[in-house]
Design a protein around this ligand. Sequence first.
Ligand code: PMT
Length: 218
Amino acid sequence: QETQPLAGQSVLITAGPTREAIDPVRYISNHSSGKMGFALAKAAADMGAAVTLVAGPVNLATPEGVTRINVESAQNMLDAVMDNVDKKDIFIGCAAVADYRVSDIADCKIKKSAEEMQLALVRNPDILATVASLANRPFVVGFAAETHDVEAYARDKLKRKNLNMIAANDVSVAGLGFNADANALRVFWPQGSQDLPATDKLTLARQLLSLIVKEKTK
Ligand code: PMT
């Protein structure tokens, strides 16, 4: 059916930021609003897919028909993804996952004392690369948030993380990307690429999903 090109397909999407606790009242995070990932979830559901959305802390309503799982940290997000990835046809990692977490979360609120203090950080697991390494993996689509050398970094992530496709956005452009209603994507896959010029995130989500359907069925 032309308007339901994802009928019968199961799609798992991550969206929003993660929060990495410092102590009971503080955390490290980023400016992701979840809008891009939620637009993908809505567009995929509209195209007939069964959609599971793993969402970091965001202020957005769940799109109709979408199963939502709320998480906080990168480790929580990885656990939720691994619990739900089985038998999924497509995985899209749109979340802005923190690359590092605090190595020792303080049990009590850290008191103000010395003029300087240091936080020790450790690397978080890479959710996208973990999904891509599964034996029975879905079609794996990553995002790349870059401020410069967009194509080179995106192609490097495509290859290094062993992805089927990557959607890069230049997050240095005002009015696009993080926490904006519009975005522009440059999509790369091993044999090709396509530019999706600036427009609202729902339109872009539909365009990206159409590209995924096309490449996946090749
Ligand atoms: O949420 P919005 O306000 O709508 O903004 C949308 C967006 C800018 C957040 C989105 O379009 C976007 O670019 N998402 C990816 C942000 C990001 O973390 O990019 P990255 O280049 O650092 O990561 C590359 C890829 O690896 C991403 O698919 C990311 O989900 C994934 N990743 C990163 C680190 C990690 N530990 N695990 C991961 O899976």
